[in-house]
Design a protein around this ligand. Structure first.
Ligand SMILES: [Zn+2]
Length: 250
């Protein structure tokens, strides 16, 4: 991944890029994030699909490619008010996005079936295994094989700064036998959670080869110059827009 910061273009670009038929970016803090994403991807803002994120495990599959009426059922605009935390599509030229400010963005590119996914994984969604469920949805809806995936795990609050307590740790211990790998216990029933590590393990357990996952390894709380952080900035925090889109290959 590499930072792009030129003339208002601020983002973290993830390989592979347009030469492989996909465009994908993790956003940085700054004004007009949708406009910037649209400019990067060479599309209109109307081609950006966003949803109402609710820290759940519902996944929206955005309809197959075609030039259908965009105001009809299954259209782009009909997703704006949908409550879900992951999007999947095989439709070209449509940027599916998730908004984050400490929560983890995950972008998935299925090179085999030409399908993309964008996942918003905070602690609630991670405990509900939204990353694993997104892989299952891609398999069921498009015949995707996790061995063909390339996955980007973006910036999120890191284990350096993310102290959690019982309501997070108790279900984590109950649900994930590898919980000790992703929590550094600090006493008093608290621990430092590695949100990216938890999701990485879920993806590997779902069949994604570890060497096909790129991890940004950047903490949103530590790097105030580049990222918003809900825990650091509170309700005044903005959000980074992270998106992925299938495009014409070479
Ligand atoms: Zn940190």
């Amino acid at each position: 991944m590499k930072f792009i910061e030129e003339e208002g273009h601020r983002a973290l670009a993830l390989p592979p890029g347009p030469e492989a038929g996909v465009m994908q970016l993790f956003g940085l803090r700054g004004p007009r994030p949708l406009e910037i994403l649209a400019r990067h991807f060479g599309i209109r803002e109307s081609g950006i699909v966003s949803v109402r994120q609710v820290h759940g495990d519902s996944i929206c599959v955005v309809g197959a490619s075609g030039d259908e009426d965009r105001s009809g059922p299954g259209s782009v605009s009909s997703f704006r008010d949908r409550a879900c935390d992951a999007l999947v599509t095989n439709r070209k030229g449509l940027a599916i996005t998730v908004r984050t400010a400490d929560c983890l963005p995950i972008l998935i590119w299925d090179e085999g079936q030409k399908v993309v996914a964008a996942v918003h994984a905070g602690w609630r969604g991670s405990l509900k295994a939204i990353a694993s469920k997104t892989v299952l949805t891609m398999r069921a809806s498009f015949g995707s094989r996790p061995a063909d995936f390339r996955v980007g795990i973006g910036p999120a609050i890191g284990p350096c700064c993310y102290e959690v307590d019982g309501p997070v740790l108790e279900p984590l211990r109950a649900e994930f036998d590898y919980w000790k790998d992703v929590v550094q216990e600090t006493g008093g029933g608290k621990g430092m959670l590695d949100l990216a590590g938890l999701n990485l393990r879920q993806l590997i357990a779902s069949g994604v080869p570890a060497d096909r996952v790129s991890v940004a390894g950047l903490c949103t709380f530590c790097h105030a110059d580049r990222f918003y952080s809900y825990r650091r900035d509170g309700h005044s925090a903005g959000g980074m827009i992270n998106g992925i889109m299938i495009c014409d290959g070479p």
